[in-house]
Write a new protein. Structure first.
Length: 141
């Protein structure tokens, strides 16, 4: 399990003037990260929470939660699941000019948002000396 607390200075250099009228700025913030991982013969599970709050305005913050797991179905083949949630209150980088619909759809620019939620599902297959029972015989010493 990891507990990490830090105080940081973040320097931002923007391409366009932001909604707050800035082209560059340095902001102080503090951050708390808590993460844990459990490995078992059936697979693993991982969880993390990352909280950031800016010192100049305590209402500006970001909270990110992530949970992921990999469940072994049979040797080398796994089912991978993940989910993340973010509460976003720190979008200093948003440009002052309005984004067009095309820029938003092509993800060239972002709109202001309060949260983001993602879910992932996949399969993975690992092979090699750790998983497979056959190792290249030419590599023997």
């Amino acid at each position: 399990m990891i507990f990490q607390y830090s105080i940081e200075a973040v320097s931002n250099d923007y391409d366009e003037e932001t909604v707050t009228g800035e082209l560059e700025e340095t902001l102080g913030r503090h951050r708390l990260l808590v993460a844990t991982e459990v490995n078992q013969p059936w697979g693993w599970i991982f969880g993390e929470i990352d909280v950031v709050q800016y010192l100049h305005d305590t209402s500006t913050h970001r909270i990110d939660l992530f949970v992921g797991s990999s469940v072994r179905i049979f040797r080398g083949f796994s089912l991978d699941l993940s989910a993340s949630f973010s509460r976003i209150k720190d979008q200093f980088f948003l440009p002052a000019t309005e984004a067009t619909e095309e820029e938003i759809l092509l993800q060239r620019r972002q709109r202001e948002t309060d949260y983001r939620f993602r879910v992932g599902l996949g399969f993975s297959y690992r092979f090699g000396s750790k998983v497979a029972n056959v190792v290249n015989p030419r590599l023997r010493g």
